[in-house]
Design a protein around this ligand. Structure first.
Ligand SMILES: [Zn+2]
Length: 408
């Protein structure tokens, strides 16, 4: 994937950035309907953004040696009884009695964690197998009150860039270093400023003091090795382990908690009887790192739309290039340009309407298309296109080959 670091241009309009719901409608990306509270209907253009983000998440997973899994959306409630969610979290879940079998209560998964252990536990593991990195782009449902739902920021249906990394206790530090490296690269690509917090042992923690001391020390060392500055949120860790939280500030100076690296000493390892065989043939307990780079696709797309005021980076733009003809004498040439761009994998569209070129340019600009190629008789005669770049204006006449070198 070709990508350049995205510098967001500051403008006087920053303080009045529009709501992502308004942008979503204007750019024809998604809609919400009464019939499905808290769940977006993705339109073709919105789905391109979703898919590109998914592709990027998978590319990072592949580069970091993750294996991808997919676990059921609908499972028996027993799994959540085992994890403790049934007791503490049931009101936030969707669940129902099977109308064909009163003894079967099914739940729609609110998280992937417990199910990932079934993949882990389906084979015996030796100390040599680790780390085992299981990624899942899982579709989750949480029973948020309808009054609290708000566009893509608070939804009932969440798609998560989730992963569970099974590690030996001596591998925690190294693996956290890897996760932090990927996270900082990811946010750097978008030009976001990232702040890190280390959330430590809460009062009601499970697990031994020795394990907690070791775990907190390993996370601190990993942050230190990564040369990352961080704040400590004392006592804010989960009951089952300490975590590193990733926060970003968007163009509106709003703080968002995005990714996490959550070390799990107890919940999955003990409640789901995870084990492996060590060098001496003895059974040992692995730890698990729950990892997300940006968390929810829905929320992240909402944040991106507002942050860039709809002017997404080239690689995420639903339409990357708009080809505009000045008159009907250049139809054939314009069509060939479109064909050429599409064959190079560029998402391009062609506007042959009998409108003034000024109007066509304005409309393409309103739709935040990164590049506009204007074609008149002069361009057609010289085998070129007149290039306009979003935010920069006229770049002059170029051949398609020259244009492809600058388009990113
Ligand atoms: Zn998890």
């Amino acid at each position: 994937m070709k990508k350049k670091k995205t510098e967001r241009k500051a403008s006087s309009a920053d303080k009045r950035a529009r709501d992502h719901r308004e942008l979503g409608q204007e750019l024809d990306l998604f809609s919400f309907h009464e019939i499905a509270p808290g769940a977006p209907f993705w339109h073709p253009k919105g789905m391109i953004i979703f898919r590109e983000l998914e592709r990027y998440a998978r590319m990072l997973n592949d580069a970091d040696n993750y294996d991808e899994i997919s676990t059921p959306i609908l499972v028996k409630k027993d799994i959540f009884e085992k994890s403790g969610h049934w007791e503490h979290y049931r009101d936030n879940m969707f669940w129902f009695e099977n109308p064909r079998d009163k003894n079967e209560v099914l739940a729609v998964k609110p998280m992937n964690c417990p199910e990932s252990t079934y993949v882990y536990n389906s084979t015996l593991h030796s100390y040599r197998d680790f780390p085992i990195r299981l990624a899942e782009i899982g579709r989750l449902h949480r029973n948020e009150l309808s009054g609290t739902l708000g566009g893509l920021f608070r939804v009932r249906q969440i798609t998560m860039d989730d992963a569970h990394i099974y590690v030996r206790q001596d591998q925690v530090e190294e693996e956290i270093v890897n996760v932090l490296k990927t996270i900082s690269k990811f946010y750097d690509d978008f030009g976001f400023k990232v702040a890190y917090r280390l959330a430590t042992k809460p009062k009601d923690a499970l697990g031994t003091k020795k394990e907690w001391d070791m775990a907190e020390e390993a996370l601190k060392k990993a942050l230190g090795k990564s040369k990352i500055k961080y704040e400590i949120s004392s006592g804010e860790g989960a009951f089952y382990g300490p975590k590193i939280e990733v926060h970003i500030k968007d163009s509106q100076d709003r703080d968002w908690q995005m990714g996490t690296a959550q070390l799990d000493l107890v919940m999955l390892p003990e409640k789901f009887n995870l084990s492996y065989v060590d060098e001496d043939g003895k059974k040992q307990k692995p730890f698990v790192i729950h990892r997300a780079i940006f968390g929810s696709f829905e929320r992240f797309i909402g944040i991106l739309l507002e942050h860039f005021d709809g002017a997404l980076p080239f690689w995420l733009s639903p339409v990357q290039v708009s080809v505009l003809s000045i008159n009907d004498k250049v139809f054939k040439y314009s069509e060939n340009i479109l064909k050429n761009l599409k064959s190079r994998g560029i998402r391009a569209e062609l506007d042959l309407r009998n409108e003034t070129i000024g109007k066509k340019i304005r409309e393409a600009e309103m739709r935040k298309v990164p590049y506009i190629l204007v074609i008149g008789e002069k361009e057609a005669a010289s085998g070129k296109v007149a290039v306009r770049e979003r935010g920069k204006g006229d770049l002059g006449a170029r051949t398609i080959e020259e244009f492809l070198k600058i388009a990113k």
